[in-house]
Every structure is written in C-alpha cells, then in structure tokens.
Design a protein around this ligand. Sequence first.
Ligand code: NAI
Ligand code: MG
Length: 501
Amino acid sequence: MSDLFVELKAPNGHKYKQPRGLFINNEFVASQSGETITSINPSDESEIASVYAAGPEDVDKAVAAARKAFKDPSWRDMDTNARSDLLYKFAQLIEQHRETLATIETWDNGKPYQVSLNDDLGEVINTIKYYAGYANKIHGQVIDTSPAKLAYTVREPLGVCGQIIPWNFPLAMAAWKLGPALCTGNTVVLKAAEQTPLSILYLASLVKEAGFPPGVINIINGEGRKAGAALASHLDVDKIAFTGSTATGKEIMKMAAVNMKNITLETGGKSPLLVFDDAELDQAVKWSHVGIMYNQGQVCTATSRILVQEGIYDKFVEAFKEHVSKASVVGDPFKDDTFQGPQVTKTQFERVLSYIEAGKSDGAKLIAGGEAFKDVGGKGFFIAPTIFTDVKDNMKIYREEVFGPFVVISSFKTEEEAIERANDTTYGLGAALFTQDITKAHRVARLIEAGMVWINSSNDSDIRVPFGGVKQSGIGRELGEAGLEAYTNRKAIHVNLGTRL
Ligand code: NAI
Ligand code: MG
C-alpha cells in the first residue's frame, strides 16, 4: 500500500483503510509540498494519523479539475434523472459504510458514537437523498408579458463552488453543502477543517464508486489560512460557502470580493432561550439541556443564553441544575451511555476554560461545573457541564459565543424586556421560547431577530426546513428548498415574437 492509505484500528475495535491524500479528479494524491496535518483523538490526546494538507498550488489543481468537469458534457448535459440516481447511489453507499464513517467521526471529533451513528450519519444520508430528489425538479418559469415576447427563465448552476466546513459536524456539514450544489449541476472543491480531517476522506473514497465523473467532487484538507484562503480568493471559483466563526466569515467575505463571488455564510451565535412564567417547566428544562449541552455545546445554534421570567426563575434554575447533573453523562464517547465527550481540540478546551475564568472574575455565580472533567482516564479535553446564574448583560460570558458545555442564566420581568434582551446581541441565528400561550408564542417569535425560532423546543432543526441567520450570524440559507437558491442563477431569455423595428 502506498502512503496514500493507512490501515487503522479504532478504539471500538473497528478496522478500516484510512485515505490520507487530497481527493482531486477522483484520485487520492499527495500534496505538492508534502505538508501534512496530524489528527488527534480528543479523548486521550493520542495521534490517530496524518493526512496531506493542500497548499495554494494544490488548490489550483483542484479548482482546475472542477472547472474542467463543470464544462464537460458528461456532467453539464447529464439527464437530470441520471443526476438524481447518482446522488441517490452516493447516499446508499454512505448507508453501507455508516458504521465506519460514524467510528471515524467519533474518534477524530469526540462526539458520542451513538450520536455519530444515528444523528450525524442519519442526517448525512437524508440530506443527500433529499437533494437527489430535487435534481430532476429544478426548473424556471415562463413569464407572460405581451404576445410579442416569449420570456422565460432557466435555473443554471453557478459553476465551481468552494465549500469550507467546520469541525463540529464534519460529515453533516459536508452533506449540507454537497447535496444542493450537486443536484443543481455545480462542481465542488470542499475543504474540511484541520481539526477533523479524517471522516471526509473516507467519504471521498465513495465518490468514484458512486459514479461521479472525475473533478465533479474534489475534497481537500488544509490549513484555513493557506488552503481555505487560497480557495476563497481564487479567481476561478464562482461561489464560496462557509460555516464557521464570524471572524473568519468576515475574512472570507473580503477575499471573495476579489472576483465578486456569490457567498453563503453560516457563522456564530449567542442564541437566547426564553422561559415564560406559564411554561411547562419540565419540558422547558429538558429542551434547555439539549439546546446547550448537545454535541459538547459545539453547535452554532446552541441556545447558550437562558432568560427565565422571575416568577419561575428559582424553580427553573434548581430543576435545570438537577437535570444537567443526571443527563449530561461525561465520558468515553465510545461508551453507549455517554452524553458528552471531550471538546474537539486542546484549543477549544482551553477557550472554554478561559470563559469559566472570565465568568468567575466578572462576578457571575457558578452553580455547576467550572472546571476540566478529569474522570475519563485523566487525559482528554473533557469539561464539566458548566452553569452560571446571576449573569449580567454586560458580562463577557453573556455576550460572546463560548462553544462548549457552558450556559448562562438570567431573569426577566416582562415580555417586552425579554424581547429586548433576546435581541441585544450582534448575532441572530436561533432562538427558543417556552410558553403555553399560543398567541404570545407567535407574537414573540415574530419580534425576535433570528433566522430560526423554536417554540416549545430548542435546536430540533430539520433538513427540510431552511437554516441560517440574520445580523452577524450569516448570509443566505442552507437546507430545504431554500438551499437551492444558494446554488443557482436565474437566467432570463427573451424571445422576440413580433416586435419589428
Ligand atoms: P474557523 O471559522 O476559523 O474555522 C472554520 C473553517 O474555516 C475551517 O475549515 C478553517 O480551516 C477555515 N478557515 C479558517 N481561517 C480561514 C481563512 N482565513 N480563510 C479561509 N478559511 C479559513 O473556526 P475555529 O477557529 O475552528 O473555531 C473558533 C470558533 O469559531 C469556535 O470556538 C466557535 O465559536 C466558532 N465556530 C462556529 C462554528 C459554527 O458551526 N458556526 C463551527 C466552528 C467554529
Ligand atoms: Mg481530532
């Protein structure tokens, strides 16, 4: 075996062949510089494997492959039923390799295996199937003007799409971006996050078998500031889709300006969750837990700011603390009863600890956690689920995205105050609210500045429903039918049927 593959045995005993190359033109290749990235198991800090990291010269190669494929009749003129079949076949292959993909995801990212297997892989498969179904339903309109004109629109792919994904849901983020781009006839260069480089390469190994022509899907690893920046600023890339931090999103916007790329950005959040006095307490508590503690708190839409009306504040805080202590079982992600694994990297682990220090020094009240969790073999990036109460609106921990099992709770008096404080943020991704009064629920939902509002739940997003933010949480929408907008242009064609000069 060349050094482009390595045989690995995961902590759950699962053996598989891990690709290490850059996937360009349906082949794994080494990076031209020979540079690599080492992937770390966040549960015990051991090295798993190293993979090739793209530099600008490799990005050029991948973009050229995607451009050639975009123009090639084998893809450009493919019957849309065939394109649908191709995506469906891809989804079936992913299903066949589900255990391997879930194993890699858990090993590299640290999320519980049952979550990888059921939630993440379930979402990947459903997303690809969902967009497979759209491949033969992309059409324009005939627009009536006058008998002297036939005006119609066709929906065209944008061209070569650069896609930059984060490490919190590596495969799911890839599926959200590949599905709509491919069903509309684009070609893709996708860059994975350097923190989680492994699962995406295994996914790439299924592309050729599914039958995609060479160059339609290119998948690379590489540092954000090298490979990511090369993609975002590339003159032959037509679109850039990004999920990650708001700061990097702004950098990408600037780089994309170089040739006025179409952009979709899905960035950070500090999403509020409002609990009104009339809420069903038990349900508010359970959803609030899922809303912030799921996926180690590493979710862009995590409802990380809980605002509770004063009449039930004390009861809520007590019940929430009790529920977190039982439900948030921290441990080895390969164990079945684990709810919370390690943070993805040492950097993220230290970042969460620094916010714990900020909360303490700013005078918020720590009622749970507040330290590293050391009971999983003494190693790894585990954090004890952390709750701060009596948090003031000007505190750093109330205003900034932490991205960990870390929540702040504060109280409010009136509905008006709740809305004002929910909106007092530069972000606008998700929001949740709990009340049994349906009139109030819909009224408040309309007044909250967010791309998504959950009434009496939190974070139960669905791939059939648009996902995205307002304010500094992003631009554009992914998922659902709305997700197709991000990958097509509407070309207008005017046919003169009688206007003579
Ligand atoms: P990041 O936004 O820097 O990284 C996300 C992706 O962007 C990665 O693929 C990375 O390689 C790429 N990237 C980084 N710099 C780039 C550049 N200059 N040009 C092009 N691509 C670039 O996020 P990071 O540093 O991993 O995490 C920091 C914080 O960002 C987290 O603590 C969290 O608050 C937030 N974040 C939000 C995510 C979300 O789902 N919205 C996902 C990941 C992080
Ligand atoms: Mg890792």
